[in-house]
Design a protein around this ligand. Structure first.
Ligand code: NAD
Length: 362
């Protein structure tokens, strides 16, 4: 099993090093190869996604990604900015399904902005379509209006569109994920107003016929935004389009309190995937040894579960993370009174200790 390891910028190198440490103690036949990406790649090779890095990612079974972005590159022309690397990888690898679990650990319920009883035991999976919708639809642009409320005025426009195969493949990802979990899918749309999402609803309903063991409900996006903060535990798998998913996945992330705890996966049609924490490169804390590596370590667990078909190894990592939290270890972002503050490396070492059955000392 070949894994391309792309640490990137900022805290990317620190947190990916801990995830690699964890993967290495699992005694699996993993072949890890590292390459530069983002600002680090621009500095070394003049492009945020060099051909050699892209080729490594294409040849690998899965990609473990840290984060990209640094203020020093903000003045570069758009095509050379670090963030273009992630867009390029999504495009070239055909990553159309973004999976973001929002899981609230018992010990961290206080970190949520909701009341503990609403989030204790929360375990939902947001599946966002990643390559279509109004973010990519053509035509788009600015022009002089010929009709509408103000003919002759300057206006801007975008195009919302989804094709049948795009909806079918993301629906399959959702129903198959639900089969491994609580067997319920909530498809979020705006079918009452948008033609595109009436079509989305119709196609998801058709695909559902192949999954009679999974419950399907439809929900308008405005209601979904409300229900996520009112009764988030009602959800199991949520599937939606690119724009609604962009917004709802961030909302769901905040239910758990800490961005440093949230993994993510972006999958292609064959379950090959890019795995990364949901957060960015955090330049404000880079190099200080205080970043929380757990989102990246949990991303490695997702990689074992979804792409490498090693669910037991994924379970071992996830149980180790629970054990470390139960032992009271916390990086500063999740620290509270009565727990023990540790750095990035100590947190990684503690997860390794938990996996290998050693005492968790931090
Ligand atoms: P960010 O997620 O990097 O940081 C937001 C806040 O959360 C910061 O205060 C940061 O210190 C904190 N934080 C993030 N991850 C943490 C961790 N693991 N442990 C502890 N604290 C953590 O978002 P930002 O500040 O808006 O963006 C910084 C850079 O990251 C920008 O250049 C942005 O473009 C880039 N970015 C990259 C990705 C990606 O690589 N996929 C995603 C989002 C942002």
């Amino acid at each position: 099993m070949k894994i391309a390891v792309l640490p990137g910028d900022g805290i990317g190198t620190e947190i990916v090093a801990e995830a690699v440490k964890v993967l290495n103690v699992l005694e699996l036949p993993l072949e890890l190869e590292e390459a530069v990406v983002g600002g680090a790649a621009y500095a070394a090779q003049g492009h945020p996604l060099p051909d050699s890095t892209l080729q490594l990612a294409k040849d690998a079974d899965a990609v473990l990604f840290g984060a990209v972005g640094d203020w020093q590159y903000d003045k570069l022309e758009r095509s050379l900015r670090p963030e273009q690397a992630i867009l390029g990888l999504r495009k070239h690898l055909g990553l159309f399904a973004n999976l973001r679990p929002a899981l609230c650990y018992e010990q961290l319920t206080h970190a949520s902005s909701l009341k503990p009883e609403l989030v204790a035991g929360l375990d939902i999976l947001i599946i966002r379509e990643l390559t279509g919708d109004i973010y990519f639809g053509q035509p788009r642009g600015r022009r002089t209006a010929v009709d509408g409320h103000f003919p002759g005025a300057e206006e801007a426009f975008d195009t919302m569109r989804y094709s049948r195969p795009e909806i079918e493949r993301i629906a399959h990802v959702a129903f198959q994920a639900a089969r491994r979990r609580g067997k319920k899918v909530t498809s979020v749309d705006k079918a009452n107003v948008l033609e595109t999402f009436q079509f989305w609803k119709d196609v998801v309903t058709e695909v559902h016929a192949q999954y009679p063991d999974v419950e399907l409900e439809h929900m308008y996006v405005d209601n979904a935004a409300m229900q996520l903060v009112k009764a988030p535990k009602k959800f199991d798998v949520v599937v939606t389009g690119n724009m609604f998913g962009d917004i709802l996945s961030d909302e769901a992330a905040m239910l758990t309190g800490s961005i440093g705890m949230l993994p993510s996966a972006s999958l292609d049609a064959n379950n090959k995937g890019l795995y990364e924490p949901s957060h960015g490169s955090a330049p404000d804390i880079a190099g200080k040894g205080v970043a929380n590596p757990l989102a990246t370590i949990l991303s490695a667990a997702m990689m074992l579960r979804y792409t490498l078909a090693q669910p037991e190894a994924a379970d071992r990592i996830e149980s180790a993370v629970r054990a470390v939290l139960a032992a009271g270890l916390r990086t500063p972002d999740i620290y509270s009174d009565g727990t023990r503050k540790v750095g990035t490396r100590e947190m990684g070492d503690a997860v390794v200790a938990a996996i290998t059955g050693k005492t968790i000392t931090g």
